[in-house]
Design a protein around this ligand. Structure first.
Ligand code: SOE
Length: 386
């Protein structure tokens, strides 16, 4: 394509802005936005410096790719309208409010031959790719135990309200759907294994918020077993005082243990029985995939905004015909929905639930695609740029 990609955004909130920022940093033109009402579309359009649109069909008609950042309950309708217009689509997580619908969206996107991705953006921290590389290289040995936590506190205030509290907008799961989906994706992505079965309990901190009864969970605790036999525990909470976006994964094997903390994304903790070290991001010593995402030389901190930009850049590279390593596609979004459904079922029945893997693209397939030659170019080191 000899012109910039034209991007449409559905959703006028925080995520819409994050997508627009990343789209621009990937060299695209943000042409328009559609929000929940005419006024919010106009407000969002002013803040994004784009045009306000009044229907998905109109926006999809004018764009090459549409980013769906509407409430979860509207994802399927919006995604279908974009796919039916023959346009590429990025859809926020959770892809849908249930696994069957998410699976249907995977099929529709495949049949239409469009690129369809889900912003599991934490995959795009270079040190996450390095952790995955080390696991693939056998650095941790045979995986024995896995721990994952994703803790926030923005729902701690009893009067805190957000569309996510309402199951009609958010789906039956709140905290797990919103942030547990990221955590599960990251754990399976780095481990290269699936969660085979799980047992979950969920809790609701306040039966009412702002006079409305609450049915969506504030916290979920899981015991899990992975396909290779490793066991693990997962804690997700949006009512954990003082924790803002504390996503941590720990994969311990027969040789070493690897810990990645999202709030310190430029580091990886590697524990060994006789020595423990912290490695800092430095493209000169990282694996190819971590190095290509390492956008600035060592010593220049990278973070969430960069990870988001990396995700959008790779989505657009896929649209241009390359096959970027580790791009989370709709099949990965549907996989998260499969785990969310299993969590809700286990919490309801108080039973272990086999998560199942049917219709989910195996990890090896999504990770074995050759990176395009341009995508493995290492950025210049501080020395080279000095
Ligand atoms: C709110 O919990 C939220 O913005 C999530 O929706 C995002 O996916 C996560 O990246 C940060 O927290």
């Amino acid at each position: 394509m000899d012109r910039a990609l034209r991007v449409g955004i559905i959703g006028g909130g925080f995520m819409g802005e994050a997508h627009a920022r990343a789209a621009r940093s990937a060299g695209a033109e943000v042409i328009g936005v559609l929000a929940s009402s005419q006024e919010s579309s106009q407000r969002a359009a002013r803040s994004l410096g784009a045009e306000a649109f009044s229907s998905v069909a109109e926006l999809a008609g004018a764009a090459d790719v549409v980013h769906v950042c509407s409430p979860n309950g509207l994802h399927a309708e919006h995604v279908r309208a974009v796919i039916r217009a023959g346009k590429h689509v990025v859809c926020e997580k959770p892809l849908s409010t249930d696994h069957a619908t998410a699976d249907g969206l995977v099929r529709e996107a495949d049949e239409a031959g469009v690129v369809a991705s889900v912003p599991f953006v934490y995959r795009f921290h270079p040190m996450v790719r390095q952790a995955r590389h080390l696991v693939q290289q056998g650095e941790i040995g045979r995986l024995l135990t896995v721990q994952g936590q994703y803790l926030q506190d923005w729902m701690l205030d009893p009067s805190a309200w957000n569309w996510r509290v309402d199951p009609a907008e958010s789906g039956a799961s709140r905290a797990f759907g919103d942030i547990g989906s990221h955590l599960v994706d990251l754990l399976e992505f780095v481990a290269g294994e699936r969660i085979r079965r799980l047992s979950a309990i969920t809790s609701i901190a306040y039966p009412e918020r702002d006079g409305h009864p609450v049915s969506t969970e504030d916290a979920a605790a899981l015991t899990v077993e992975f396909t290779g036999g490793a066991i693990g525990s997962i804690m997700v909470s949006q009512v954990n005082a003082g924790r803002k976006n504390a996503l941590t994964i720990e994969l311990a094997g027969t040789a070493n243990n690897i810990v990645f903390e999202q709030e310190k994304p430029d580091e990886l903790w590697i524990g060994g029985e006789s020595s423990t070290r912290v490695i800092s991001r430095d493209a000169t010593v990282l694996g190819d995939d971590a190095a290509r995402l390492s956008a600035v030389p060592a010593g220049h901190p990278m973070g969430y905004v960069d990870a988001f930009a990396g995700f959008v850049r790779d989505t657009y590279a896929a649209i241009q015909g390359s096959a970027p390593e580790g791009l989370p596609r709709f099949a990965d979004g549907a996989r998260a929905n499969q785990v969310i459904d299993a969590v809700l079922e286990s919490a309801r029945t108080r039973q272990w639930v086999d998560v199942g893997e049917a219709a989910v693209e195996p990890l090896a397939q999504s990770s074995s695609a050759p990176a395009s030659p341009a995508s493995v170019t290492r950025p210049a080191t501080a020395k080279e740029t000095a």
